[in-house]
Design a protein around this ligand. Structure first.
Ligand code: COA
Length: 154
């Protein structure tokens, strides 16, 4: 990692820096939330959400990547995958490798914890993910109706 940048692991989503970044992200997407406090409480109550929050040399927020383990089970197989839920780099910091770095950091963590598959949906950054080895899984449907992308991590 570039020494100028700090990647903090967030598990308590009452973190003010995370909240400010998340609000910017939703504003950019044109999404409105009526009960922000309820959203942070829900993120905490789910119990297994985690995020990397990257800050710069002056403490400014560069971006974040939030993920959660998700289990796929059937009568014969079961697998825990990592669901990349939310991912954002501040517009003024884009195109300098921060998104790629946050993704690599998260993927390394998944592998360390025994998770070999990352899964996500996107309707905004399909090409970005494709460049990082994610493949559309046409046989997998998501609740939000967006395309599903999967990467086998090794
Ligand atoms: C997707 C995102 C996290 C990438 O962050 P970043 O810091 O700009 O990424 P990097 O600098 O590592 O990579 C930039 C490269 O990816 C490409 N890229 C970035 N966002 C892209 C997108 N939405 N679609 C296609 N390509 C994209 C850039 O063109 C650039 O390519 P280049 O290296 O050939 O110039 C950032 O664009 C973002 O926050 N977008 C808005 C929120 C979003 O869509 N999040 C994903 C939700 S699933």
């Amino acid at each position: 990692m570039d020494e100028k940048y700090t990647d903090a692991l967030i598990r308590d989503f009452s973190d003010a820096r995370f909240q400010a970044a998340f609000r910017r992200y939703f504003t950019e997407l044109g999404l409105t939330v009526r009960d922000w406090d309820g959203l942070w409480r829900e993120m905490n109550a789910e119990g297994d959400n985690t995020a990397y929050l990257r800050t710069g040399p002056d403490g400014e927020t560069v971006g974040f990547l939030q993920f959660r383990p998700i289990q796929f089970t059937s009568w014969f197989f079961e697998e825990t995958c990592a669901f990349i839920r939310e991912f954002w780099v501040a517009p003024e910091a884009r195109g300098r490798g921060h998104g790629s770095a946050l993704l690599a950091l998260a993927e390394a963590r998944f592998l360390e914890s025994g998770i070999h598959t990352a899964i996500l949906t996107t309707d905004t950054a399909a090409d970005f993910y494709a460049r990082h080895g994610y493949v559309r899984d046409a046989g997998c449907r998501a609740k939000n109706g967006d395309d599903v992308y999967v990467k086998r991590l090794g």
